[in-house]
Design a protein around this ligand. Structure first.
Ligand SMILES: [Zn+2]
Length: 580
């Protein structure tokens, strides 16, 4: 009797956990059972593993096989564990030494001919493996570039199960060479060096620089993870993603690699592209500096979407922790190859027909991330916001309050981060002509009321600013400020925030701090707000939000507390009653 063992890592949401896979062969009728809470796709791995092992030329054991995935209490899903199950089984039948390789992480999906296919979520898996002290990992070659993002763990890549067996020091029958395993064998023992110093697989071209690595990442994305991209595309019902994809496709691999690294991302969108609309630009600058949620309001064709798409270009770049968080989310969504690791904050713009599941995250078994998570540390833009379903808008309330979203499904509860800046855009009425004297508007008051009805209530309560985007007369002589120069002021204001509140984490969260702010606001400013409340033009909650905006304006202007002009500007940016 022999038990084969291998190590894999599972994911519930973004939370990884170690999975130990043991295979036991016992006398009995030939059969294979998989236990330890596998989902449907993982249960199918029995067939993939059987076919892949047979393709190696190894005789499938004609006995009873039990494969256990522990811990048994946690659900396992997807095809991530295919390769580890195969290695565990090969350990049980003596092809590889189970004791020698019990601390080696093996992940990857198997095809029927033994080819190793890429998986989604490799980045959080490897980061966790590093934290848990696993020194060596074997991953699909198609995931090589993603694997190189993690240092401190020796990562080897393989194209096929045969290569994995070879890397683990196993011996295969002579006829076992699969079509993929034509490369020269690698040393059996692993080095414990960082992967960047030595390309892991001889069959993979050596690409040491980050740019080159990302070029390959982008270049190989179509072939490498097409299955995963296709799988995620259903949930990614997002106009911006499609737009970016088209844009990316039109670029050559070299320029795309730079874009993925964020070195020249700003070349493609810049506030200077928008002619005029200076007050709207100023308002967006305030948004970015104070992390204020906002509504862009104006007739069609005035540049609301254009302005919104440029908001991330004036936001401070992501720091290392944020970059890794965003990359991990993209890895789980299977979109890391498309977007890469970049300091530019993410921008998510779901179409107004988006379902609740695509907005918040969903799916059976274990929920997948939705638009609110994909927009984490960036911008969630809802164009034509009144056209969204009431339920799709309602699910935004929880993440706006807590900066995360909890999705409970039959198998597990997944918690995803969802700290985003909410930017909405709305026309003045359903026909879009209800601006100014609204002579051509054909909407009835009932239609207008219904149009804005979905936005009312708790969601608009969380909006700090209403930014008017009126029609503009083009002036070709006007000089437009670049995103870089606006961003410099925003970064300076965020720095001042940090000085005030200690950590950037709390400074940009849209809650509390009101007591602290009120205590440090001048009497003249407070009097302005109180008189607006007395007149009924501002609610108490509105006064608090205006005060927060006024502080942001003051910090942007280089002042350490607001003056009455700042408060007046903040009050002029409050959502109006004609929308609410
Ligand atoms: Zn109208």
């Amino acid at each position: 009797m022999r038990i084969g063992t291998s190590q894999s890592i599972g994911l519930i949401g973004l939370s990884p956990f170690l999975v130990t896979i043991q295979t036991f062969l016992s006398p009995g009728l030939p059969s294979i059972s998989l236990i330890g809470l596998p989902d449907a796709s993982l249960a199918e791995s029995k067939e993939r593993v059987k076919s892949a092992i047979t393709a190696l030329g190894v005789r499938w054991p004609q006995t009873r096989i039990v494969v256990n995935l522990s811990p048994a209490s946690l659900p396992k899903h997807g095809s991530t564990h295919d390769c580890a199950i195969a290695i565990s089984l090969l350990g049980a039948i003596g092809v590889v030494d189970p004791m020698k390789n019990k601390d080696v992480l093996v992940v990857g999906e198997l095809n029927l001919d033994g080819t190793l296919l890429p998986i989604s979520g490799l980045l959080p898996i490897l980061l966790y493996a590093k934290r848990k002290g696993l020194h060596t990992a074997i991953v699909p070659e198609a995931n090589a570039d993603e694997a190189r993002l993690v240092d401190g763990i020796s990562v080897h890549t393989a194209r096929s199960l045969a290569k994995v067996v070879q890397l683990l020091g196993g011996t295969l029958p002579r006829q076992a060479s699969s079509p993929q395993s034509t490369s020269a064998p690698l040393p059996v023992s692993f080095s414990h060096s960082a992967p960047s110093s030595a390309p892991p697989s001889s069959s993979h071209p050596a690409q040491s620089s980050a740019a080159a690595s990302c070029a390959h990442l982008a270049h190989s994305s179509a072939a490498a993870s097409s299955a995963h991209l296709a799988q995620s595309s259903a949930a990614t019902s997002c106009a911006h993603l499609a737009h970016s994809c088209e844009r990316a496709a039109s670029l050559d691999a070299d320029s795309l690699s730079d874009s993925l690294l964020g070195t020249n991302a700003d070349e493609y969108v810049d506030m200077a592209d928008v002619i005029g609309q200076h007050s709207a630009k100023r308002a967006l600058e305030i948004c970015a500096a104070g992390h204020h949620h906002a509504l862009l309001y104006g007739p069609p064709g005035t540049g609301k979407s254009m302005l919104a798409h440029r908001l991330t270009s004036i936001m401070p770049p992501l720091d290392e922790r944020e970059k890794l968080e965003v990359a991990s989310i993209r890895s789980v969504c299977g979109t890391l190859a498309r977007y890469g690791v970049t300091p530019v904050p993410p921008f998510e713009a779901p179409h107004h027909t988006v379902s609740v599941a695509a907005m918040a995250g969903g799916g059976t078994g274990i929920a997948h991330p939705g638009a609110v998570t994909k927009a984490h540390d960036g911008v969630l833009f809802l164009d034509e916001a009144p056209e969204f379903s009431a339920r799709a808008l309602q699910v935004l309330r929880e993440p706006l309050e807590t900066s995360e979203i909890i999705l409970s499904r039959s198998q597990a509860t997944a918690v995803y981060p969802a700290h985003f800046l909410l930017l909405m855009a709305a026309n003045p009425c359903p026909c879009g002509k209800g601006w100014g004297n609204a002579r051509d508007c054909t909407c009835t008051s009932q239609q207008r009321k219904r149009y804005f009805g979905r936005l009312s209530g708790p969601l608009l309560d969380r909006i700090d600013m209403q930014i008017e985007v009126p029609p503009v007369h083009l002036s070709m002589n006007s000089r437009e400020e670049s995103s870089a120069s606006i961003r410099a002021r925003v970064i300076q204001a965020r720095g001042a925030y940090r000085e005030l509140f200690g950590t950037s984490d709390t400074a940009t969260r849209p809650h509390q701090r009101m007591k602290w702010l009120r205590a440090r606001t001048s009497r003249a400013c407070l009097a302005l707000l109180s008189s607006a409340v007395d007149r009924g033009t501002l609610s108490l909650r509105g006064a608090d939000r205006s005060l927060r905006v006024a502080w942001t304006i003051a910090l942007l202007d280089g002042r350490m507390s607001p003056n009455p002009e700042n408060v007046a500007e903040a009050m002029s940016l409050r959502p109006r009653h004609n929308v609410v």
